[in-house]
Ligand binder design. Structure first.
Ligand code: PLP
Length: 483
């Protein structure tokens, strides 16, 4: 069967429909020639499905830990001579469980949380509060209170309102709050491009643009940027221990120029603040957002490439503005968790439709699986692309353009929009979708009263249930009418 006119331009016709593209899969996943089924660290997916059911998130725990280590080692090495190394905060929003929190700690990373729930998990998992950060553009009083009470290493303050709120709560508690200020450095990054103008029009962070209608007319701050005002207030406030500045330019970014530009602007701003106030803030967090491979369109940068480029820019900009480099930190989430996991589904029904295309009528296979937008909301939310392979066996059938869809009552419930899959897929076959370790379980819902799938972690050739599947009782537990 020839390539389909329905395939997007980026999707190539596969030479071997059973082949795995290594960048999309965890290190432990393979399909050996004698072994039809996909396996992870030697465990067949058919055995995993039989023991734990489907849909199932299958995580290569060793792969997760290796990626965490790789970021720490590469950034430490690149920044050693500049600021003595880097603090790597794993962004827990990508995927967080008690085990994950402990692995992160054991690998020498810290943890970035962005809600009271994530913070509570980190504390209960036994992480040192000093090594935890708290984000959020609208933190509640309870979240701020908890953070200050336990002596959190950093609260990343997002606005002038919040700076005031943190100060008041710290005063009431009689404790200083450790604060970083999140700024918007004017770099709005998309996957393959960055434009330096669109940044202002979003909810996060303190603007670095001078003049703010809410501030102008307030005397001492006239004409200054909200970021500069926050630095000046933070430095004067006895309730605030102002550690430094933070920026995060977006997610799933491949173009390192965006990171470089943000780093340059942040360091330049630090230089300006040191001129104004006579102190160099001690810390600078350059955020996360490093892209991973979901499909053949994506060519991720290695931690070595990223760290080398960022180190060069920090070093040269510090020299230019005449300051010592602050301690650098980063917050990767997706690039550590994403590739570690694939989702295993069972195929239920199929159908073929004939689609009108410029090159004439063409068939598309629809393949329905036993999960969908409740276990992976990213295609619906962000139009995200994924790939898929037949996992329980190999096939010699022709590759046909296919769409993998879920079982929800939404026609937009798409798991994989475009993939070449064998034409002989049938009910009971298992399908694996790679790179689902970040923002899939974390964004999972109970839409249509589907229970959220289990997460199995594989390490040292052993599979262990990490998070169990939701049961019918779990689903109805909070509905008081069910009692
Ligand atoms: N830091 C902040 C402030 C974020 O908002 C995010 C993601 O939204 C991250 C880090 C992690 O980004 P990623 O998972 O793309 O590395």
């Amino acid at each position: 069967m020839p390539a389909s006119p329905l395939a997007p331009a980026w999707l190539s016709f596969p030479e071997d429909v059973n082949a795995l593209r290594p960048l999309e899969w965890a290190a432990g996943v393979s399909r050996s020639e004698n072994d039809d089924a996909l396996s992870i660290q030697g465990i067949s997916v058919t055995d995993l499905a039989a023991e734990f059911g489907t849909p199932l998130y299958v995580m290569d725990a060793d792969d997760f830990r290796a990626r965490a280590r790789a970021f720490k080692n590469a950034f430490d090495a690149a920044f050693q001579d500049i600021c003595g190394g880097v603090d790597v905060y794993y962004a827990g929003k990508a995927f967080l469980s008690f085990d994950v929190a402990r692995w992160v700690k054991d690998e020498g990373l810290r943890l970035d949380t962005c809600s009271g729930g994530e913070l509570a998990l980190a504390l209960r998992a036994g992480l040192d509060p000093e090594n935890i950060g708290l984000h959020g553009n609208n933190k509640s009083k309870a979240e701020i209170t908890k953070a200050i009470e336990v002596g959190l290493g950093r609260i990343v303050v997002d606005s002038l309102d919040e700076l005031e709120r943190v100060s008041q709560i710290a005063e009431q508690l009689g404790k200083q709050a450790n604060v970083m200020l999140r700024l918007t450095p004017g770099v709005h990054a998309h996957t393959h491009e960055f434009i330096a103008t669109a940044h202002e029009d979003q909810k996060f962070g303190l603007s670095m643009v001078e003049g703010d209608p809410l501030l102008d007319g307030a005397g001492e701050v006239e004409g200054k940027s909200p970021a500069a005002v926050a630095v000046s207030r933070g430095l004067k406030d006895p309730n605030i221990n102002l550690l430094g500045l933070h920026s995060h330019i977006g997610s799933q970014i491949f173009d390192t120029d965006g990171f470089a530009l943000a780093a340059e602007r942040m360091v330049t701003f630090l230089g300006a603040m040191s001129q104004d106030h006579g102190v160099v803030l001690k810390e600078l967090d350059l955020g996360g957002g490093f892209g991973i491979a979901y499909t053949e369109q994506d060519e991720p940068r290695t931690p070595e490439e990223l760290s080398t480029q960022m180190a060069e820019i920090v070093k040269s900009t510090c020299a230019k503005v005449g300051i010592e480099s602050p301690r650098i930190s980063i917050e990767p989430g997706r690039s550590i968790a994403g590739p570690s996991t694939f989702t295993l589904y069972e195929i239920g029904v199929r159908k073929t439709v004939i689609v009108d295309s410029e090159l004439g009528d063409s068939p598309r296979h629809y393949v329905s699986v036993d999960g969908g937008m409740s276990d992976n909301a990213r295609p619906v939310l962000y139009d995200a692309d994924y790939s898929a392979v037949l996992a329980s066996r190999t096939s010699q059938a022709d590759a046909i353009i296919s769409r993998v869809v879920g079982k929800h009552c939404e026609s937009g419930d798409i798991v994989v929009k475009d993939a070449y899959l064998p034409a002989d897929l049938t009910a009971g076959d298992l399908l694996a979708v790679p790179a689902t370790g970040a923002y899939c379980w974390a964004l999972a819902s109970n839409y249509n009263y589907l229970g959220r799938p289990a997460v199995v972690a594989v390490s040292g050739g052993e599979a262990q249930l990490m998070i169990r599947r939701e049961t019918e009782d779990d689903l109805f537990d909070r509905d008081l009418g069910a009692k």
